[in-house]
Design a protein around this ligand. Structure first.
Ligand SMILES: CC(C)(COP(=O)(O)OP(=O)(O)OC[C@H]1O[C@@H](n2cnc3c(N)ncnc32)[C@H](O)[C@@H]1OP(=O)(O)O)[C@@H](O)C(=O)NCCC(=O)NCCS
Length: 392
C-alpha cells in the first residue's frame, strides 16, 4: 500500500523546499528509509514484503555485498538531523564495477587497461514530490561524490559512471552525461505448432556452467578491445566487464523474483552451440516487468569462432536463438529481447525468422556515460558490447 501523505514536517506541498535549497543533502539511506522507499516502489506483481526481500537479496550478491553498492537518498535536513526526522525526497543506488578501457597509443597500438566504474540505477522520487527537480539534484550530488571517491585498496578513482535510463535523457542531460546510441531486437515467440525440442547441437547451460564461460568471455572481450584501431574508429573503447559476478547478479535477482511470483526458479541460464572452429553461446534471464508479464532477455551473446564458414556460423547462432525461444515458451514469456545485438546475431535472426526489426533504444535502457577523464575525450569514446549484462 502506498503512503501518499506529505511528511508531517511540511504542512503542505507548497512548503516543500526548492531543489536548489542548501537544506537538501545527499546521504546513505538508513535501514528504515530503505524499507520506506521499497514500500513505496513495490508494484504488481510484487507485494511490498516480496519487493523488499528481493531487493535485499540482490544487494547481497558477489558484486554488491562488499561495500560496492551504496544506497543513496536526497534528504531534507541538516547533517545532525536524526534519521527519523529527515524526509527522503529521492533515492537511487550505485554499484562499483570492473570495466575495460582501450586507448589508441602514440605508437598506433591499442593499450588495454582494467579500470573501475560506477553504475547508477533505481532512481526514484516519491509521487507527491515529483517534477520539482529532486531526482536531478540527487543525480548531480551522487555523480560529484562518485567522481571524487578514492577507491578502497587503490589510490585511483573510477574512470567513469554510467547508467541505463528508462526515462530517456531528462534527468541526465544537464549533468554532462553523454547518451550513446543503442539498439535492440525482439525475437518472435514460438508458435503452437513449432517443436519444443532444442536443436541437436545445443547444450543448455546450467548455473554451474556460467563461471567458466564468463572467464572465457572476459578473455575474448579483452582481446576484442585490444584489436588494432582502424582509421575511422574512435580512439577510446570502453566496456563493462561481463565477469561472473555481473552475470550471477542477474541470475540471483531473477531467481528471487521468480520464486516469489511463480513459486519456481528458472534453472536454464542460456544455451551453447559448438561448431568446427569454436562455439557460440548466450546467457539469459527472465524478468517480471508487470502483472502477468514475463520477458526473456539475453544478457550476453558470445561468438567465439575462428575461421568459420558463414553458413555454419549463422546456422549455429540460429540454433542458440531457437533455444532461447523454446525456453521462452516453457515459461510462457511475452517477449524475447536482445539488446545491442552483434550484426552477426541480427543476420542469423533475419535468416532464421522473418521480420526482425532493429529498433533504437530511445526511452528504455538508454545508455548514458559520465566520463571522469578530460571532458574533450568524451566524443572520442565508443561504448562497446552494450548488452543487457551491464544494466544494473
Ligand atoms: C523518474 C523520476 C525519478 C523523476 O523524478 P523527479 O524528481 O520528478 O524528476 P525531476 O523533477 O528532477 O525531473 C527532471 C526532468 O525529468 C522529467 N521527467 C520526470 N519524470 C519523467 C518521466 N517519468 N518520464 C520522462 N521524463 C520525466 C521532468 O520533466 C524534468 O525534465 P525537464 O528538466 O525538461 O523539465 C520519478 O518520476 C520516478 O520515481 N518515477 C518512477 C521510477 C522511474 O521511472 N525511475 C527511472 C528509472 S531510470
Amino acid at each position: 500500500m502506498q503512503d501518499l501523505t506529505v511528511p508531517t514536517m511540511f504542512a503542505s506541498l507548497q512548503d516543500l523546499p526548492l531543489s536548489t535549497s542548501s537544506d537538501l543533502r545527499l546521504a546513505e539511506s538508513s535501514k528504515s528509509e530503505q524499507m520506506h522507499i521499497w514500500n513505496l516502489k513495490a508494484r504488481e506483481p510484487y507485494t511490498p514484503e516480496a519487493y523488499a526481500a528481493i531487493e535485499e537479496h540482490c544487494a547481497n550478491q558477489l558484486i554488491t555485498n562488499n561495500g560496492q553498492m551504496i544506497k543513496w537518498v536526497l534528504v531534507h535536513g541538516h547533517s545532525g538531523t536524526e534519521d527519523a526526522n529527515r524526509v527522503v525526497l529521492a533515492s537511487c543506488h550505485s554499484i562499483q564495477r570492473p570495466a575495460l578501457v582501450a586507448r589508441l597509443g602514440d605508437d598506433g597500438e591499442s593499450k588495454l587497461e582494467p579500470v573501475v566504474c560506477h553504475t547508477i540505477r533505481g532512481v526514484y522520487c516519491p509521487e507527491e514530490f515529483r517534477r520539482r527537480g529532486y531526482a536531478t539534484r540527487l543525480i548531480n550530488e551522487v555523480q560529484k561524490v562518485l567522481e571524487n571517491r578514492v577507491l578502497e585498496h587503490d589510490d585511483a578513482k573510477a574512470q567513469f559512471t554510467c547508467c541505463y535510463s528508462d526515462i530517456g535523457n531528462s534527468i541526465y542531460r544537464k549533468g554532462g552525461w553523454k547518451a550513446f546510441a543503442a539498439t535492440h531486437i525482439d525475437l518472435p515467440l514460438l508458435a503452437e505448432m513449432e517443436s519444443r525440442v532444442p536443436p541437436s547441437n545445443i547444450e543448455l547451460l546450467q548455473a554451474a556452467d556460467v563461471d567458466k564461460l564468463c572467464a572465457q568471455d572476459v578473455d575474448l572481450m579483452s582481446r576484442a578491445l585490444s584489436r588494432p584501431f582502424q582509421p575511422h574508429e574512435k580512439p577510446i573503447r570502453v566496456a563493462l566487464l561481463p565477469n561472473y559476478p555481473s552475470i550471477q547478479w542477474h541470475h540471483a535477482c531473477e531467481e528471487a523474483a521468480s520464486r516469489h511470483i511463480l513459486g519456481r526458479v528458472p534453472t536454464t541460464k542460456g544455451a551453447l552451440a559448438s561448431i568446427q572452429h569454436g562455439k557460440i553461446w548466450c546467457t539469459w534471464h527472465h524478468t517480471f516487468p508487470g502483472a502477468n508479464q514475463i520477458e526473456l532477455h539475453i544478457l550476453r551473446f558470445v561468438v567465439d569462432v575462428n575461421d568459420s564458414h558463414d553458413e555454419q556460423l549463422l546456422s549455429a547462432i540460429g540454433a542458440v536463438l531457437q533455444a532461447a525461444r523454446i525456453e521462452a515458451a516453457e515459461w510462457k514469456v511475452n517477449r524475447i529481447v536482445i539488446k545491442s545485438p552483434d550484426p552477426l546475431v541480427v543476420s542469423a535472426a533475419r535468416r532464421t525468422f522473418s521480420k526482425i526489426q532493429v529498433e533504437e533504444r530511445d526511452i528504455y535502457g538508454v545508455p548514458f556515460l559520465l566520463w571522469h577523464g578530460p571532458p574533450q575525450e568524451v566524443e572520442d569514446i565508443e561504448w562497446t558490447f552494450n548488452e543487457e549484462y551491464g544494466d544494473f
